[in-house]
Design a protein around this ligand. Structure first.
Ligand code: ADP
Ligand code: MG
Length: 368
């Protein structure tokens, strides 16, 4: 087994005289046995990064290591990695058994060892009964298991996954996600997994790497990324519905307060904040997660509360998403249900100061 280390890895595509930087100097250290998820919107460079690790794409700059080995110029077949793609890429004319055995046959492995590995992988994935079927005789989920099996039989040092579940329906995706997590617990092989789905990233990764426009925004455990997003991009990308981000400024008025640019929203801030540092700042962005808005029950007066008009209510079952407007501004809250607020009614809520995130209005970086 081996870890993966990227040092200042870059990818530049040249197309008809036009150059495009797809990945800017990316640093990443994936420990041996770790499960790391690269997550970000479409086009941010996830697949390119993974393909450079796999050796399917040349590296324009920087260094890639698998274990202690520099692999920049190592052909894909000699990197000892296995990759699973979104489109299963199975051989249509081969049975599941033959699909699983194919790479091992190419390596001239003995028949008995191939058979042992194929059956071991098939057992692990619950597809032993399907080994004689061809891809078109299988469901999407079954095909994706065979695609996973094809990676498993190789006993690689590192598994790479590029959005392997995107073609599956929602229920199957959740089921396969759990199976991949279970496989990782069982095998303890290094896994690097690419997805645009932040729920997949949060639930699978020991650590997640948030990418935007070919640059790393944050690398940390899912919990830390959620609780302490390093900038407004991460704050808005991780979490559904996303964190409310409101532009405004800081003022001194009975202590430190935030005043929104649009609408009449004025929020007291924690007195423990580093005031001198904040005082020097002009524009700031206040962030508050939907679940951190607290409805105030009648008769339960708070020292500080806000009133918003209920514009839209989305009932999720045990929870409701409530879109509130106040003057020219808007906020989304996520509340336990019942009660289900009435559209058009006024809703009183508070914002706990210790749940407020502040970001620099210019750079978008998190403030202390
Ligand atoms: P993701 O997997 O995060 O959706 P990609 O890594 O596929 O993103 O792409 C990153 C950027 O590189 C995109 O802007 C994409 O258009 C560009 N790109 C990807 N592959 C090529 C290529 N073969 N030639 C030119 N540009 C490419
Ligand atoms: Mg991709």
């Amino acid at each position: 087994m081996a870890g993966v280390r990227l040092v200042g890895v870059r990818k530049i595509y040249e197309e008809r005289g036009h150059t495009q930087v797809a990945v800017h100097g990316l640093d990443l250290d994936v420990a041996d046995g770790e499960f790391v998820v690269l997550v970000g919107p479409s086009g941010c460079g996830k697949s390119t990064t993974l393909r450079m690790i796999a050796g399917l794409e040349s590296i324009s700059g920087g260094q890639a290591f698998i274990g202690e080995r520099l692999v920049n110029d190592t052909p894909a077949k000699d990197r000892d990695i296995a990759m699973v793609f979104q489109n299963y890429a199975l051989y249509p004319h081969m049975t599941a058994y033959e699909n699983l055995a194919f790479a091992l046959t190419l390596k001239k492995m003995g028949k008995a060892e191939i058979d042992r590995r194929v059956r071991e992988a098939a057992d692990m994935l619950g597809i032993a009964a399907l080994l004689n079927r061809r891809p078109r005789q299988m469901s999407g989920g079954e095909r994706q298991r065979v695609a996973l099996g094809r990676a498993l039989v190789r006993h690689p040092q590192v598994f790479l996954f590029d959005e392997p579940l995107s073609n599956l329906d929602a229920k199957l995706r959740v089921q396969m996600r759990r199976e991949i997590a279970r496989l990782h617990r069982q095998l303890r092989t290094t896994m690097i997994y690419v997805t645009h789905d932040q729920v997949e990233a949060m639930t699978l990764g020991d650590r997640i790497v948030v990418l935007s426009r070919g640059e790393v925004q944050q690398v940390d455990t899912p919990t830390a990324v959620y609780q302490y997003p390093r900038n407004t991009f991460v704050a808005g990308f991780i979490g559904t519905p996303p964190m409310n981000l409101i532009e405004g400024r800081l003022v001194h008025e009975h202590g430190l307060r935030f005043e929104a640019q649009a609408g009449d929203l004025s929020v007291p801030l924690d007195s423990t904040r580093d005031e001198p540092a904040l005082e020097r700042l002009g524009r700031v962005i206040l962030g508050i997660r939907p679940e951190d808005l607290r409805p105030v029950q009648p008769g339960q007066g708070r020292a500080f509360e806000l009133t918003g008009k209920v514009d839209l209510v989305e009932v999720l079952g045990g929870e409701v998403l409530v879109h509130l407007s106040f003057g020219g501004g808007e906020l989304t809250g996520r509340f336990a249900a019942p009660p289900i607020p009435q559209v058009g009614s006024e809703l009183r809520f508070s914002i706990p100061p210790d749940r407020i995130h502040l970001f620099d209005g210019e750079s978008g970086q998190r403030l202390p």
